[in-house]
Every structure is written in C-alpha cells, then in structure tokens.
Design a protein around this ligand. Structure first.
Ligand code: AMP
Ligand code: MG
Length: 303
C-alpha cells in the first residue's frame, strides 16, 4: 500500500500480543497483495486489465469493499470516485509524476465514472462498460486494511491497540494508566510539527493531505488527490482529518471532503452519521465540522 504500518498493543501477555500482531500483519499483507495497484500481479491489476472484456470474479470481502466504495462514490456526489484509476495512472504520482496534456486529461476523465462500473452480486464479479476503465481503491484500502487488522487483534483478545498505516489510524482501548491514546495531527506545511493532539479511544482518525504525494512545476504543487470532473489535483485544501467509527469510512470521507473543498467538505462531513473532522484550507485556516471536536484539540496552533 506504499506506506509503513505500525501496530502498538498494550498487554501483559507478551507472547499472545506478539502472535496477534503477527496475525494482523499477515492480514494486511493479504489485502495488499489483492488491492495494490503498484503490483502487476494483484487482483485489482488483473481486474483493471481484464474487466472490460469479461467480468472478473473477486473474493467475497473484496466485492463487499468495492460495493461500499461504489456507494460511497454516489454518496459523495462523485467527489470520491472508485473508478479514478485512468487519472491516477496518467499522473503517475507513484513514479514521480508528470503533467498530462489537455487531450490526455480529457480522454482519461471520460473513462472515469462509478456509474460505468458493473458489480454483479450474483457471482461476485466486477466489470467495466468502457475500455481503459479501472478501479483505484487507494483512497479507502488503507483504512479498510486497518479495520481488518483491528478485527484480527480484537478476535485475539487485544483490547488496547493502535493500528497506524502511515497516518490512517484506528485506536481501541487506551494507553495503560491513561484512559486514552494521545494522537497527533500533522501540520500540512511542516512535517516536523503538529497542528494539535487529540486524546482518543475507540475511533478511527485518518488524514488526507496534498503533501503526501506531489511534485512541483513552475511553483505549482501537483498532488495525488484528483478531482474526477476535471482530472486535475483538487484545489482548495491542504489537509482533511476525519474521525469515524471505522477507518474505511474515515479514509473515504477524508478524500471526498478534500475534493469538495472547505465549505462543501464540512457540509458533507456533517451529513455522515458518526463522522466529524477538520479541514485545513489553502490559506491554512481550520474549518471544524463539529465544535465539540474543536474543544478536544490540545495545543492547537492557530494559522
Ligand atoms: P487518500 O490519501 O486517502 O486521500 O487517497 C489518495 C489516493 O486515492 C490517490 O493516491 C489515488 O490513488 C486515489 N484517488 C485520488 N483521487 C481520488 C478521488 N477523487 N476518489 C477516489 N480515489 C482517489
Ligand atoms: Mg482516503
């Protein structure tokens, strides 16, 4: 998934805890092998190669995830779009990135659209109605993998846990003796400092930012979160941090709100039950979806 995953478990049973952590990593590796678009041998890469010619059957839980991602695409009005792959491939941020031509952009935009995706509940298969279409689960898969790792740890009785996939986090229970886990949210323009910290228990917290994968050309920052309607990097935000019951929901919501921009993004977060967050706009100002969340932020640095 192109990131470092760190698992923290507080437990008196060291052997059991280590075994649980190993099992959780094995689950993350299973998911990475299926969903990575970096790997040509992954299930998703095969779906993207073959899905137009013939529907490709996928694992049950992966079908469920793709269905969730498709309905989330609908719920976000297409700001989040699980079929954004032709655009992500074109920009190629994983290989350093380059600015596409207007024609290239137009062609790729025409191949993006969750409504052109075919999900067959009957045989659990995925297909496309246009050649060149493809799935990109990059905006939800990390969160989903964090949730599955959390399930594995919980099933083995681990109650006080942090699973952190490069800033896509889920926390359960607390740091012993504290009653919470203290989580820092990064300043999008200063990787060395925090915007604020939150004392959390039993929640997911995920950040999408324009500083994660980008290149600069003529003083303009081109980053990896794309507006499916224009094909260009979404402008108007530096970062979006979202809290939700699951990391998949938080991950997808953060990306959607980023594309929607500060005003519509905050409205979108408010419309989702159990979801709240904060958006750092292009000028560095903070927009909270929820005053109670703002009140929990410690050491808040005002822009
Ligand atoms: P995230 O870091 O969760 O915001 O996800 C960003 C990744 O999701 C990118 O690297 C792309 O692979 C993919 N992506 C970019 N733009 C979108 C979008 N509008 N909808 C869904 N996925 C996207
Ligand atoms: Mg995301």
């Amino acid at each position: 998934m192109g990131t470092v995953v760190e698992i923290t478990v507080a437990s008196r049973e060291e052997k059991e805890a280590m075994a649980a952590i190993q099992a959780a990593f094995a689950e993350i590796e299973r998911i990475d092998a299926l969903l990575s678009s970096h790997r040509t041998d992954s299930l998703i890469s095969r779906v993207n190669r073959e899905g137009f010619r013939a529907k490709v059957p996928v694992e049950k839980d992966i079908f469920q995830l793709i269905r969730e991602a498709a309905s989330f695409s609908e719920a976000s009005g297409g700001a989040f779009d699980v079929t954004v792959w032709p655009l992500s491939k074109l920009w190629g941020f994983d290989e350093g990135g380059r600015r596409p031509s207007v024609t290239e952009l137009r062609d790729a935009v025409a191949k993006v659209g969750y409504r052109k995706l075919v999900l067959d509940q009957g045989d659990g298969s995925v297909g496309f109605t246009l050649p060149g279409m493809g799935l990109d689960l990059g905006a939800i898969a990390k969160g989903w993998a964090v949730d599955r790792a959390m399930d594995v740890l919980a099933a083995r009785g681990m109650t006080d846990v942090i699973v952190d996939a490069g800033g896509d986090l889920r926390v359960a229970g607390s740091r012993p003796g504290k009653g919470f886990w203290r989580i820092g949210v990064q300043d999008p323009r200063d990787s060395g400092s925090l915007l604020f910290t939150l004392d959390l228990t039993d929640t997911a917290i995920v950040t999408s930012g324009d500083y994660e994968r980008f290149f600069e050309e003529d003083g303009v920052r081109y980053h990896h979160i794309l507006d499916p309607t224009t094909g260009m990097p979404a402008c108007g935000c530096r970062s979006v941090t979202v809290l939700a019951p699951t990391a998949a929901e938080a991950d997808a919501s953060a990306t959607a709100a980023f594309v929607l921009g500060a005003q519509r993004g905050v409205a979108f977060l408010r419309s989702r039950p159990g979801v709240r967050g904060v958006i750092v706009d292009g000028a560095g100002s903070l927009h909270w979806s929820d005053a109670a969340l703002e009140a929990l932020a410690r050491g808040l640095r005002r822009p």
